[in-house]
Structure formats: C-alpha cells, structure tokens
Design a protein around this ligand. Structure first.
Ligand SMILES: Cc1cc2nc3c(=O)[nH]c(=O)nc-3n(C[C@H](O)[C@H](O)[C@H](O)COP(=O)(O)OP(=O)(O)OC[C@H]3O[C@@H](n4cnc5c(N)ncnc54)[C@H](O)[C@@H]3O)c2cc1C
Length: 558
C-alpha cells in the first residue's frame, strides 16, 4: 500500500477536461510543434472519462473550433446537426406566443448543435494523439504553492480508499503531487480549487463583482421518426415565461439532435428569490406545457443531468493570471449571457492561454510578468468584444417587475451599455427572501399519472439516468459546516432551499410528526456535481469538495 504522495513533474498541467482546457492543450501542442519545443503536458479530469461530467445545451458557435482545427470535419467531429432556424416563444400556462423579433445574440442559424459529452471526448482523443497525458479519474483537491505562498507550483490529487472517518481501507491509494511550471485552471463553473484560491490573499484582485450562476436540468429524449423537427422551419427553440414567470430569471430550450433525438432543458438564474422554488418540479412543468409536450410526444428519456454555468460575464471575470497559474473557461466567467453561449469563448480563452504558455517557455519565465500577456491578448480578441457586449445582461435579467423589459431592451439599443454601466450584481446566496410564515413541509403527492417513467421520469429515475455513482463508504464530500444552522436558521427562515434546488435529491428534510423537530438527511451518492448547493446556500454553510476521482455522473450524450 502506497501511503506517501508520489511527485510527478510536468511542464504544463491542465485541471479539468472541459472545452476550455482541451482546446488549450491542443493549441499548446500545435504551437510547441511549430516552435520545436518539447513539452511534457498533462490534463486531469475528475470524471471517470473525458466527457463524463460534460453537460451543456448545446448550440455552439463554431468560430473557435474553426480557428483551432480548420480540418475538423475530416477528423470525425461529432456534429449532431446544424441550426436551420430559431424559434423564440413566450409561454403562458397553456398557450405559446411566438416572439417575432429574435434578439441579435440569439440568432443561431448555421451554428452547430452538439453534445458536449461527445465533443469533449473527441477533443480529448485528439489531444492524446498529439501527446497530452490525459488523466481521467483524478480530482484536483489542493493547490500547491511555492515557498512564497503565492506562486502556484502544481496541484495535489485526492487519495482513494479512505473510509467515512478518513482512515485507510485495505485498497487505499495515496494521491499525487502533480508539479508544473504552469498550471491552467479550467474547472468550469464554481471550480473548487479556484474558489479556494479566491479566498487566499494575493491571487485575485479585490473589488471584483461576485460571479453569478444559472443551473440547468437537461435531458436527451429519443423521439419517434416522424417527429416535430422533420417539418418545422426551426430546430432551435428558446422559451421565456411559464413556468418560471417573469420575476425568476431563466427559460427553456429544446434543440434537435441526430438520430431523432432532442436535447431539452430548463435553466434557472440563481439570483431567484423564492425559497420554495423546486427546480425539478419546474423542469417537469416545462416539459408538460402543451407546446413542449407536443414536440416531445411519444419520446423516451435516455439521459438526464444538471450543471451550473457562470453567467456574470465581463465584470465578474477574475484576474486571469497569477505566478505559475492561468484561469480559463467557465472558471473565469467566459460567457456570452445574451447569446446563452460559453463553449466557444471557453475554447478561445484556453487557446489564448496556450499562446502565453509558449511565450513563457521561450522566455523561461513563469511569473506574472510574462503571464500577464494572456490578459492583454484576451482584451484584443473577438472573445473580449463579444463578452463586453453582454456585460450588463445578467444584471438586467435579474431585475423584477415592469421595468425588466426596459432594462433588457436598453441593452440592445446601446451595444450592451444599458441604463447604467456597470450595473451591480448581488451574490446568488444573498437573494432569497425569507418566508413570511413557517409552512410545514409536506411530501408532494403527485397524481400517479404525472410521471410515466418513460417521458416524464421522477427525480430518482432521473438520477439513475445520469448514471451517477459514489462509493458510499467514504467521508461525505458535501461538508455542512454547522448542522445547527440548517435547522435553527435555514429551516425556519427558508425551509431549507437545498432540498428544492438540488436536482440530485442529495438533501432531504425529515420531519418527525411527534417531536416536530426536523432533521437534514444527506444522500451524497446522488450528487450530480452541478455545484448549485455551494453557490446558493443562503448561509454559505455547504462546502462542495471533490469526492474520489472517477466518481459522479457518467454522461455520454448530454
Ligand atoms: C444547461 C446548460 C446549457 C448550456 N448551453 C450552452 C449552449 O447551448 N451553448 C454554449 O456555447 N454554451 C452553453 N452552456 C455553457 C457551456 O457549457 C460552458 O460555458 C462550458 O462548458 C464551459 O467550459 P469549461 O471547459 O470552462 O468548463 P466545463 O465544461 O464545466 O468543464 C470543466 C471540467 O473540469 C472538470 N473539473 C472540475 N474541477 C476539477 C478538479 N478539481 N479536478 C479535476 N477535474 C475537474 C469537470 O469535471 C469538467 O469536466 C450551457 C451550460 C449549461 C449548464
């Protein structure tokens, strides 16, 4: 049994196998080849395979893909289909009203519909062919710093085979100290390592607006052969209105996929205010709306999952470099909020990071002095211009009442300036409104016809369809800092919103009718790694940490 962390040296280490880092690793290998530079590059991913934790819509603007791999079509690129037209609908309870004017950023005609799980797997195989050491099943759990306490010198991966009390089991395997001259953090929305670094002085600049997020629940549905998309003039539908209403930010989407499949999801802005908003119920209500139910009629759910996305945009982008470290993709809030797109921007940020890494190796300087060119190049890029245009969009979307359309409309006429530049943002954890009176939690008693276990699956079946798994006999990776807060404060004030926003049913409240003393029950094995609990908990009482590498969902087509 090895109990000491083994140390492995690389030149460059990428944390996370999403589109940002995979594009970054591929670009770096291309540049290294062109410049006759030998680099030892590794990429770790906490999922059991590249793509296992990848979930997105996904309509992709192919601009970054074309820049990175001009011959992508010859390399087995897993395209689902091309957007043939956009359908934008406002939903009331029972009706739908087509919105005639589609905002510019939401014109997707000609863009690619993809599955992010398939796309990242494909990028991963290309990166591996080019010599990147792709290491799935390894979760980065701790950032390693040099003697000055500020220079990043690598990342530690978590051990495997600890029991609930943290004792070694017979199959214990120590983690690794993965050392690198440059570490690129591409953990996606709410990365746990990036969050830790944010709490450390001297890494990020103070006075940045907080990152804000949305969470989406998504399914892939197998449709019959003669389905809606065969004759419809559009295969990319976005909805506003029902079931969320106008005061809860978010909306629905449904896209055509290859082989008579559809991608369907509901995204909810985590700046919502109602503590009793139940994400899964809202998702099912969306699917049951007559327009949507008609489109997915006679379908069967194949896979389900959930994930948060960082949507704050420009004003929430952290400092992009530090001594020995670069930040890319969703971890660094690379997102076009009005266009609902982050894949191409994440890829571009990874590619820009690669250019800076090349320069750093040529100059043999891995300090901020050289790495700051990443930020300079980002500011000159099309990605910056695109993000800048949507800089006040999430703030406008979070507005309530009749002025909301005014705030949103102003964005389009002022090139993103809006009514006020920059509009402030509130941390998602601070937006819930306390309940006026304590309502006792009742188990929902849905009509038994509500779920049919085929097209409308209940939450537990949904979790089963995400294929998520965690070894039960290990310490809980969701750390409740103070259990008393859950009952004494959170239950009384908000009725434990974690039990409603968590799409994985990780948090449950059991109310003992006799003592009326509620009890929080945790089911960490169900966790979908969406990170909503770490973001939205009003008392900042839940800490999401990486479980053993290789655990969590196993998405294949999301
Ligand atoms: C529901 C939904 C719909 C969306 N729709 C669209 C769309 O239609 N078009 C679009 O362009 N964008 C869309 N987005 C946004 C898009 O998916 C993201 O912008 C993009 O995936 C970000 O890429 P990334 O590489 O930064 O992060 P991610 O895709 O999140 O990848 C990060 C990877 O890092 C791994 N990881 C994290 N932490 C660690 C660690 N400590 N150690 C090891 N591995 C780690 C994760 O498991 C994951 O695989 C959507 C997002 C969601 C949630």
């Amino acid at each position: 049994m090895v109990t000491q962390n083994e140390k492995i040296e690389f030149d460059v280490l990428f944390i996370g196998g999403g589109p940002a880092n995979l594009a970054g690793a591929i670009k770096l290998m291309q540049l290294a080849r062109q410049n006759n530079l030998e680099l030892e590059v590794a990429l770790i991913e906490k999922g059991s395979q590249i793509g296992s934790h990848a979930l997105s819509g996904a309509i992709m603007n192919p601009i970054a893909l074309k820049e990175l791999l001009p011959d992508y079509q010859k390399k087995g690129y897993p395209l689902e289909t091309i957007v043939k037209g956009d359908g934008f609908q406002f939903l009331t309870n029972q009706k739908n009203i087509p919105i005639p004017v589609i905002p510019g950023e939401m014109h997707n005609k000609g863009y690619h519909i993809i599955s992010l799980a398939k796309f990242t797997r494909w990028l991963g195989s290309l990166a591996e062919e080019m010599g990147v050491n792709i290491l799935p099943g390894f979760a980065g759990t701790k950032v390693l710093y040099g003697l000055d306490g500020k220079t990043v010198i690598g990342v530690q991966t978590g051990p495997k085979g600890l029991d609930k009390k943290g004792k070694h089991k017979s199959n214990y395997e120590a983690g690794f100290d993965l050392m690198a001259k440059i570490t690129v953090f591409g953990e996606g929305a709410r990365g746990n390592l990036v969050k830790d670094m944010g709490a450390r002085p001297g890494i990020f600049k103070k006075k940045k607006m907080p990152q804000i997020f949305e969470t989406g629940i998504k399914e892939v549905i197998q449709l019959p052969e003669d389905n809606f998309f065969k004759t419809a003039p559009y295969n990319d539908i976005h909805t506003l209105g029902y079931p969320l209403g106008l005061n809860t930010p978010g909306g629905g989407f449904i896209y055509e996929m290859a082989d008579n499949k559809a991608s369907i999801g509901l995204i909810i802005g985590l700046s919502y205010e109602k503590p009793l908003l139940d994400f899964y119920d809202e998702f099912i209500k969306f699917k049951k709306h007559p327009l949507i139910a008609g489109i997915i009629k006679d379908g069967k759910v194949l896979e389900q999952g959930a994930r948060a996305v960082s949507t704050g945009g420009l004003f929430t982008i952290p400092k992009l470099f530090s001594n020995g470290a670069l930040f890319a993709g969703g971890s660094a809030a690379m997102h076009n909020a009005p266009g609902l797109k982050g894949i191409h921007l994440s890829m571009k940020s990874g590619m820009l990071a690669a250019q800076t890494i090349l320069r750093a190796f040529q100059k043999k300087d891995f300090s901020e002095k050289t790495l700051c060119s990443y930020d300079e190049n980002f500011k000159k890029s099309w990605a910056f211009k695109e993000i800048q245009k949507g800089r006040n969009f999430s703030q406008a979307l979070a507005k309530k009442g009749i002025l909301k359309p005014v705030y949103l409309g102003a964005q389009y006429f002022t090139n993103g300036r809006g009514i006020r530049d920059s509009m402030p943002l509130i941390k998602d954890a601070a937006t819930l409104k306390p309940l006026k009176k304590e309502i006792s939690i009742k188990k929902k008693n849905f009509d038994k016809n509500y779920f049919d276990d085929i097209l409308y699956v209940n939450k537990l079946t949904g979790i089963y369809l995400s294929k998520t798994k965690h070894r039960e006999d290990q310490a809980c990776h969701l750390i409740i800092k103070d259990q008393a807060i859950c009952i004494d404060k959170c239950y009384k004030t908000y009725q434990c919103p974690c039990t409603k926003f968590c799409p994985g049913n990780v948090y449950e409240i059991e109310v003992n009718e006799n003592s009326r003393q509620p009890r929080l029950i945790l089911n960490p094995a169900n966790c979908l790694h969406c990170k909503t609990c770490d973001i939205k908990d009003p008392y900042n009482n839940i800490l999401w940490t990486c479980p053993e590498g290789g655990e969590g969902p196993d998405y294949t087509i999301l």
